[in-house]
Design a binder for this molecule. Structure first.
Ligand SMILES: [Zn+2]
Length: 462
């Protein structure tokens, strides 16, 4: 079936800002071939009901964590932290079966589409059977992610995770980590095995060294060299400086903070996504932003885990690229991540409208454009907004939603981000020129929810 098509948008958010009567046309591969503002009406071309905004790339996801989102919101220790949350997460990860992983990811990806995300970077770190032995097909759990993306229609950047140690200096992994552990050679074999399947699905394959605490320097160097041999432009994502304890441990190990160490010891450039990068000093903000790397911000998860607040102004002033991810999936809504990002900055600085830029005073518009550009860069895919050569990934806002009715297009996007009260003001979502959400709903949602609920109930059984 041909995917080529066209749509006229009365209002569309192009990379340079809002335009009227925009003709969007795409080819059979779902790539935009024409984006023309002030186009005359074309007979027979569909007209979007509401404003059209670019689809948001979700730059950080651990799909299985969706199944216990909301289940760790009680006090278990005198001072609960990321580390006590992680203990619970490990218990859950220890029980997952491949079909449960696929059911959880499939509902999550449909939920992402309904929440305005049109692609996802999956940071996939559960690789092995519960006892730590590889599956007969070593790629089993990564292939489950590819199937979940294909079934729901979301775009995918698959990032198998290299995980080798439990702490800086190569501390041996613990029992809770045995499903994650791979030698560097085994990771490179996995990447080689996954490459054809990713190519066949128009998914991008990259690599995620988990963190500096989990990957010793020699392994990091060898894995990057091996990745380059497979694809010298593949994306590279790493968790960095999410926790102050991680910063302290890195200082004790190397005398440097994590971001400073990484910038000194790895070829960090525009292929890299520094996930969280929450705790940096002034020099790290400067050098990190000018390295070309994307800061991967996950405001809802960072708030949920009590990580701390990224200094957006320090990054932004240096022209640093950034995007958003739903990470642990306590929130699966692109607009809400932008809202939480902006609100965290307002609370920290006691100022308003932090995300506005010179030439773009509308905060929701400026944040959306920047997060789409940074998210596309981190994804390593041509999903950077409504421009010729990019994929036709877009969201049609619901102009009949009570928060949006009667407003101009920029105010509709502002209302969607700041005033839609956690409800969705999304009407339709298109990925690569194919409609995946209509009237705010993914067509398979009932079946996907049922399979998700069954998988979660089984995982929660004693
Ligand atoms: Zn993460």
């Amino acid at each position: 079936m041909s995917a080529a098509g066209a749509l006229v948008a009365p209002h569309a958010l192009l990379p340079g800002g809002w335009s009227r009567n925009v003709l969007l046309a795409w080819n059979d591969a779902g790539v935009l071939t024409r984006v023309a503002a002030d186009a005359a009406a074309l007979a027979g071309t569909a007209v979007a009901g509401g404003p059209v905004v670019p689809g948001m790339p979700n730059l950080h996801s651990h799909a299985f964590q969706r199944a216990f989102a909301g289940l760790t919101e009680y006090r278990a220790e005198q001072q609960d932290s990321f580390w006590s949350w992680r203990t619970l997460m490990y218990r859950f990860a220890a029980r997952l079966a491949p079909q449960q992983m696929e059911a959880i990811a499939s509902w999550l990806y449909a939920e992402m589409l309904e929440g305005g995300y049109t692609s996802v970077c999956e940071f996939q770190y559960v690789h092995h059977q519960p006892d730590g032995r590889p599956y007969a097909d070593d790629a089993t759990l990564s292939l489950a992610m590819l199937r979940a993306a294909q079934r729901t229609g979301i775009g995918l950047t698959l990032l198998p995770v290299l995980y080798q140690a439990s702490g800086f200096g190569g501390t041996p992994p613990g029992d809770g980590q045995r499903r994650f552990i791979r030698s560097t050679d085994s990771m490179l074999r996995l990447l080689a095995a996954l490459k054809p399947a990713c190519d066949a699905q128009n998914a991008r394959l990259g690599l995620a060294p988990h963190s500096l605490r989990a990957v010793p320097p020699d392994s990091l160097r060898d894995a990057l060299a091996g990745l380059d041999a497979i694809d010298a432009t593949a994306p590279i994502h790493i968790h960095i400086a999410e926790q102050t304890k991680e910063v302290d441990d890195c200082l004790a190990w190397s005398g440097q903070r994590p971001v400073a160490w990484l910038l000194d010891h790895a070829p960090v450039d525009s292929r890299w996504c520094l996930v969280h990068a929450t705790h940096m000093d002034a020099t790290e903000y400067r050098d990190g932003a000018t390295s070309g790397a994307v800061a991967g911000l996950c405001p809802s998860t960072e708030a949920n885990l009590g990580d701390g607040i990224f200094d957006f102004g320090a990054w932004h002033r240096r022209g640093g690229a950034w995007g958003v991810g739903s990470d642990s999936h306590v929130c699966v809504n692109a607009a809400e991540e932008l809202l939480l990002l902006e609100y965290g900055q307002r609370l920290a600085t006691r100022q308003r409208n932090i995300g506005a830029r010179d030439g773009q005073p509308q905060v929701a518009t400026a944040l959306t454009l920047a997060a789409v550009a940074g998210g596309a860069q981190a994804s390593g895919r041509a999903i950077g907004g409504l421009a010729v050569g990019q994929q036709a990934d877009f969201v049609v806002l619901d102009h009949q939603h009570v928060a949006l009715q009667g407003l101009g297009a920029p105010d509709m996007l502002a209302a969607h981000v700041f005033a839609s009260h956690r409800g969705s003001a999304i009407d339709a979502v298109w990925v690569a020129g194919r409609q995946r959400v209509a009237a705010g709903r993914h067509p398979d949602r009932a079946a996907l929810i049922s399979a998700f609920a069954t998988a979660r109930a089984d995982l929660l059984k004693d």
